[in-house]
Write a protein that binds this ligand. Structure first.
Ligand code: CO
Length: 408
């Protein structure tokens, strides 16, 4: 069996470990997550890795380097999922790392540095309101307060971790020392359509986009749709519609920027009422924080201009601000050289979605390799990455580790 075929077989096996009969649902610290930890742990041991489950339920598989004092390269992704998920989002990055190490070992290649494969168990944040706790623990930015967050059934994360066999009091010790780590590298499906549109199997991530989220509340005056002349209206929905188009235009005004109104509500709307209110969500993302800030400022100004012209009031509040996580230039160029040696174009793109890798922002060098996914759809049961593309990613990862070894 080829390496890629074994990866696909293993992803299929993991796909069978679900908390839900109908599809793949593997929420953090659930029975299916436990079975996935056991299975991945067995694969890690088969590849010669020493395994342990850390205090935040990250499965760690470690291989020592030739030099005992050497630094550690971190590889990994997550093995939890959303509800009704696809089988590639997360597990691919874990299974491909195990396979790459197994193949290097079979070829007698022993890197001078140590390598850890990290199978994080809390990337998606579906069960508890907080997420990325596994990678944040390794990065040294774990927030103790999230141990007290509770799921819908009232179980705290602390209780769930203990029931899972983890010791939450040991989480602080998981923080890796920057001086001991070479970096963190994650392989993940793109979850977007860019690589497919370019006709490329792989891409190097430039940064994980920063994101701002908030709300725009528009207040006009409700009125009778039959009696209120058009020129006397203060229609909040019409103003909201103009805001939607302004946000779309601003989103398209800078490279890699995206801006979205995903929710547009009219409270007490009726067929014969001129809308007096509208509530819009706003989501703006960019790999460059300065561009995102400029876009937010521009949207705020346009919202006020539209409101004034239409004699309504509008208030925009930004409730969530996550800075971008730029990838490390040295790791990116090492990946780029591996891509070129493997016969691929070294194409780079930002990540629109969040990933465990962003936990390492400002803590240690991070990089990501994206694999093309069909139609750009994910997370969904029909998400798909081809065995041929997975074979390409495996070859690049192997080459990266091997030559990084020579260069490190
Ligand atoms: Co993912």
């Amino acid at each position: 069996m080829s390496g890629a075929a074994r990866i696909v077989a293993r992803l299929n096996e993991l796909n069978g470990l679900s908390d839900d009969e109908a599809g793949l649902t593997r929420l953090t610290l659930s029975p299916a997550h436990k079975r996935a930890v056991d299975l991945v742990s067995a694969w890690m041991q088969e590849a010669g890795l020493a395994t342990r489950l850390d205090g935040a339920a990250t499965l760690v598989g470690r291989q020592e380097g030739l030099r005992p004092s050497a630094k550690t390269l971190l590889l990994g992704s997550h093995i939890d999922s959303v509800r009704n998920a696809g089988m590639f989002d997360g597990p691919l990055g874990v299974v491909i790392a195990i396979e790459a190490l197994d193949r290097l070992r079979a070829r007698g290649v022993k890197p001078p540095f140590a390598i850890e494969v990290l199978a994080f168990g809390d990337e998606e944040g579906v069960r508890f309101s907080t997420s990325l706790t596994g990678s944040r623990a390794v990065a040294g930015v774990f927030d103790e307060a999230c141990l007290e967050t509770r799921d819908a059934a009232g179980v705290s994360r602390r209780q769930a971790l203990e029931a899972f066999g983890c010791d939450p009091s040991s989480i602080a010790q998981e923080a890796r020392n920057r001086a001991d780590v070479l970096g963190y590298v994650e392989v993940h499906i793109e979850q977007g359509p860019v690589l497919e549109a370019k006709g490329l199997p792989l891409g190097i991530v430039t940064a994980i986009n920063g994101a701002s989220r908030g709300e725009i509340v528009v207040t006009g005056a409700a009125g009778h749709s039959g009696t209120l002349p058009m020129n006397m209206r203060r229609d909040a929905a019409a103003a909201g519609a103009e805001i939607v188009l302004a946000v779309e235009e601003i989103g398209a005004s800078r490279p890699d920027l995206v801006a979205t109104i995903g929710r547009f509500e009219i409270r007490n709307g009726a067929v014969n009422v001129v809308p007096g209110n509208a509530r819009l969500s706003i989501d703006v993302r960019s790999p460059r924080d300065a561009d995102r800030a400029a876009a937010i400022a521009e949207i705020g100004a346009r919202v006020q201009e539209i409101a004034a012209r239409r004699s309504v009031t509008a208030e925009m509040t930004i409730s969530y601000d996550m800075p971008a996580a730029p990838c490390d230039p040295a790791l990116m160029s090492a990946l780029e050289r591996a891509l070129i040696r493997c016969g691929h174009e070294a194409f780079a793109l930002p990540s629109g979605a969040g990933h465990d890798a962003m936990s390492f922002r400002n803590r240690m060098p991070l990089a990501m390799l994206f694999v093309r996914c069909r139609g750009g759809v994910s997370p969904r049961p029909d998400e798909f990455a081809s065995e041929a593309d997975i074979a390409s990613a495996l070859a690049v990862l192997e080459d990266f580790i091997e030559t990084f070894g020579a260069e490190a």
